[in-house]
Design a binder for this molecule. Structure first.
Ligand code: HEC
Ligand code: HEC
Length: 446
């Protein structure tokens, strides 16, 4: 239950009411897109560079958004946007892997000399567009059974939800000394001014945009966001599972068994957090409820920062996120990632500690029945359980199914069930349906 007797919000997860999809967010997102479109229209209407006719014109908005997205694409793939000259957004967010990490490394190299290592795995940028803004207290709608119950922290971009919009997020890697390492926004603006696509920024924001470096930088961030909102690239909903939900494809017997184990509250209970069902209004599931949980993932000693025994990545309560540091009840919590296209990844969890889905699923099944397999000291001997979390925060770790077992119990999933769930996860890869076919999914189901 989410509330404990003291009245403090119990942040252990989760009520079944969270099973609904965030369809309302999608609606809100669409609504906001329209508003954004209108704002753009206002800019465009006063924008001599576009030579635009005044008044409301759909074509004009469309053209403005297309220019922005095109500019965003040039920016996204431009290594010149980093101090090293070697790192573009796409170096870490590989389009061939659903904009997730290009390789099996847990964390990627960056910085001025390309030798700085971050301490988090690269998330996929697919389906991030419908992420709701971060809120510390998420309540379900009034018409739901658990209305009025606080579901705890929800939403936001990055593993700790510290950026709400893609434009705020894009600022982070551009200026982080561990990533693209630009010294200031004006360095970025100057690079774009000298680039072959400088004309696109002028086209979008006016001929004098480069005169004000802060404004030019803001335009650059906005363009990156516009690119990350391109539906065909970033939220195609073209997986076999989407086709299955639309009645246009079948699942194999094994995949059906995997889906059942994924959904079953007494088996994987995965859908509790990684939502798998159509929304009440027919919207497609995102395979996350955007909630936060501490799973007690093992420490990854291959991350350089972890060589310091005093260093811990505690997610919501820091160190990268700074506004919730006084909330010990959030320490160790990370945002539930989508599982769409998860099979294209070669490292899993916020610290990339596992490299196969088999390991991930075995960890879910055996974390509590066979902890000595998962937590090891440097010498390989059995280590401390939840070794990536100081013991004062161990009470935050999730103990709901599938994590409700004890040492010596039978693991909740058999080898066969693990293989079945993995087979099912493969149906979540985009690219099964061509866009043309996908467009035929009844609108009520999208
Ligand atoms: C050196 C590798 C690297 C580069 C370069 C990089 N990113 Fe990221 N990106 C990451 C990592 C790691 C995270 C997770 C960060 C965290 O949780 O604190 C992330 C997170 C994100 C997210 C949040 C996704 C979500 O669902 O939470 C977005 C959006 C994003 N990056 C966009 C960009 C853009 C745009 C650029 C280029 C301006 C870029 N990234 C460059 C590694 C990188
Ligand atoms: C209590 C909510 C919850 C439940 C139940 C749950 N997950 Fe997760 N899942 C998470 C969170 C939170 C993370 C990220 C944790 C971290 O990195 O520290 C995650 C991460 C993952 C990842 C890694 C994805 C990536 O991009 O690195 C996979 C795969 C996954 N879960 C699959 C499953 C499966 C399969 C089940 C059922 C056996 C399941 N999860 C049950 C919350 C949950």
């Amino acid at each position: 239950m989410r509330r404990c007797g003291t009245g403090r919000v119990a942040v252990s997860r989760k009520l079944t009411s969270r099973h609904r999809t965030r369809s309302d967010w999608q609606m809100l997102y669409r609504f906001l897109s329209i508003i954004a479109g209108c704002c753009l229209l206002a800019i465009a209407a006063s924008n001599a560079a576009l030579g635009a006719a005044r008044g409301t014109s759909r074509n004009l908005v469309y053209r403005q958004v297309s220019i922005l997205a095109e500019l965003g694409r040039m920016l996204f793939f431009d290594p010149g946007l980093s101090a090293s000259g070697q790192l573009s957004c796409a170096s870490c967010h590989d389009p061939a892997r659903a904009y997730g990490p290009p390789n099996a490394r847990a964390v990627q190299a960056g910085g001025k000399d390309m030798r700085q290592m971050g301490f988090r795995a690269v998330p996929s940028l697919r389906y991030a567009q419908v992420t709701p803004h971060f809120t510390e207290h998420f309540f379900d709608d009034d018409d739901e059974p658990n209305a009025g119950v606080d579901n705890g922290p929800t939403g936001g971009l990055t593993w700790d939800g510290r950026a709400d919009r893609a434009r705020d997020q894009a600022r982070l890697p551009l200026l982080s000394t561990l990533e693209m390492a630009n010294e200031s926004p004006s360095v970025v603006a100057n690079h774009v001014k000298q680039s072959s696509y400088a004309g696109l920024l002028r086209k979008a924001f006016g001929a004098t945009i480069f005169d004000n470096k802060e404004k030019a930088f803001a335009g650059i961030l906005e363009a990156l966001e516009a690119f990350e909102q391109r539906p065909t690239e970033f939220y195609p909903y073209s997986s076999r599972y989407d086709a299955y939900l639309a009645g246009k494809a079948a699942l194999t017997d094994q995949e059906v068994r995997g889906l059942a184990a994924f959904n079953n509250p007494k088996k994987g209970n995965c859908a509790h957090c990684h939502l798998s069902a159509l929304g009440v209004d027919g919207t497609l599931p995102q395979f996350t409820d955007y909630g936060f949980a501490a799973l007690g993932v093992p420490r990854n000693m291959n991350i350089p920062a972890n060589a310091d025994p005093a260093f811990y990545d505690l997610g919501l309560c820091g160190p990268l996120r700074t506004d919730l540091q006084e909330h010990p009840e959030y320490c160790g919590m990370f945002k539930t990632p989508t599982l769409r296209n998860v099979t294209l990844r070669q490292s899993f969890f916020h610290n990339g500690v596992f490299h196969t889905l088999k390991e991930v699923l075995s960890f879910y099944a055996e974390r509590d029945t066979n902890p000595q397999r998962w937590y090891r000291s440097n010498t390989g001997a059995a280590g401390r359980k939840f070794d990536d979390l100081p013991s004062r925060y161990h009470a935050n770790v999730n103990i709901e199914p599938p994590f409700d077992r004890h040492i010596g119990d039978k693991p909740v999933l058999s080898e066969q069930e693990i293989d079945d769930i993995i087979a099912f996860l493969h149906t979540l890869d985009d690219g099964y349906m061509a866009n043309k076919q996908q467009a035929q999914i009844p609108i009520s189901r999208r």
